[in-house]
Design a protein around this ligand. Sequence first.
Ligand code: BES
Ligand code: ZN
Length: 638
Amino acid sequence: MKLQPALICFAISFCLFAMACQDSSKDTSRKTQSNIVIAKLDDPGDVHSYANPEQVRVRHVDLDLEVLFDRKVLKGTSTLTLDRPPTGNHPLKLDTRDLKINKAESSNDGTNFTPTQFKLGEADKILGAPLVIQLPAQATKVRVEYETSPKASGVQWLEPAQTAGKSHPYVFTQSQAIHARSWIPLQDSPGVRVTYAARIRTPKELRAVMSAEQDPNAPRNGDYRFNMPQPIPPYLIALAAGDIAFKQLGTRAGVYTEPAMLEKAAREFEDTEKMIQATEKLYGPYRWGRYDILVLPPSFPIGGMENPRLTFATPTILAGDKSLVSLIAHELAHSWSGNLVTNATWRDFWLNEGFTTYLERRITEEIYGRPREEMEAVLAKQAVEKELAEFDDRDEILHIDLTGRDPDEGVTQVPYEKGALFLRSLEETFGRERFDQFLKGYFDHFAFQSITTADFVAYLKKNLLDANPQLAARVTVDDWIYKPGLPASAPQPKSDAFAIVEQQATGWLQDKTPATKLQTKNWSTQEWLHFLRFLPEQLSPRQMQELDRAFKLTKTGNAEIAHQWLLIAIRNKYEPAYPRLEEYLTSIGRQKLIKPLYEELVKTPEGRDRALQIYRKARAGYHPIAVTAVDKIVKWEF
Ligand code: BES
Ligand code: ZN
């Protein structure tokens, strides 16, 4: 965050005033990386963390953990390096969830540690429990000895049967948004950037990987070391261990996955190096060294996670034809929007995802051409419009208020697609060249910082709007950020390819062209998705059968097309697809693909029975966050 001199002046005097008249443990201010305190009258800071970085700030995390598969526990120590003001003797407040804390020690020299008092507070359902550690006056390091719970919200333990190889167990973490605290006691706020190092011990035959520098050729001996020299928000700390092999894709890119999936993944992601180069050309250098991808087992609960240096990805994007790799473009784009410039709180999540979705489209356009970008933009706009039709006003606002809610609830199409449309409208208004320059400057200016929506708006005003007042008059910045819905001037992506798909679909629906005669030969995944979404909700048994016979939809191996088809099958009670539905829901754990199917099922009493019957088998294989979500949908009773 860059500070205006006048603002600093105001800020300092406000702080003095504030300190004089209120309890100093109340956080009405935020501290920047440069240790300057700025007052934010309207900004309560991060409501999803107990931490007190204004008083004591964690700068570095050193992990030493053992991966205990038999107990489903990570056990060891986390040593935190602290930044403390010269005066004031504040305790260190950390976030935890379901952690068992065995000991806390502090050190003045980083070598000699002595026990210090700590207190684990009462657990809140959403935030977990605060861990308050007393600090002797000279202490600069704290070491916490702890272990995780087998039900840690950010860790999934897989039995060998849940992996491709079927012979080794597997474990992985997913820290975003506030799950890092379920496997590391730390200041779990995206405004607190840390460097980290780790030593991880696993059974000898397994390999551990992390979102950090690592040696892909390290001997497989169960003892692995990692280092992340750049400061990152805690939600980007990630670990996985299993029977993981590696293959180089280019000079900077590679893929890690189980041996059975290695070749397929390498083929699917062969354009990765080109994507890195295209993004660098647009937005400046890739600053993280290597960019590798870890393809997880199918229970991975999300599509992709932008863990720095090592994107975690679902195997459901391995379609065999690269048609779903814009997910890689997306996670790669986070290396600029999100990992380099980070949302300071989960209110500002759209700064991460809206920017990344905009960048994702630009990368897709560069590598796969404008028609593909157009198709993806149209599908995405349909998705956000569908949500906007159903949401309460408060959830349609980019600068969303998530107080009292789990930040995972803010993960909707709004921050992604409304955010991306906002940036697209800036591009359309100011022209691509000027807007590209602006974004490049933005990433550079805020590199390795965590910023709020207000910081972005101030930068936008200064560097784009004020320089072009006539064009600026056309942009309704406040409507985009602080009001529900989409402004009337929102961009309207169009796709010629989709117009043809619609003609074909209409011909079939009007009984003019039988399914076998439709011109679908060269359709991409996106065209198939559009075709299926374009169909009316109700189809006759004859129509369902005709489509399935002509296109073998029940059998498709493409997880996105299968998802769309199964939705239609549930709606139309198309029984021949039921075995596939069960197979799909018991083998995939990606929430975006499974939740809508459960939601569709529970709309009818028979459907709910079917949902429960399938869920009984599937539940044990789902990730803890997917279990929480699906429990709610099917009203699971224990
Ligand atoms: N960072 C997100 C995933 C995320 C967000 C996890 C919030 C937990 C909380 C990631 O970059 C993402 O957006 N993944 C998408 C894929 C993308 C192509 C839209 C997903 O997983 O579906
Ligand atoms: Zn994202």
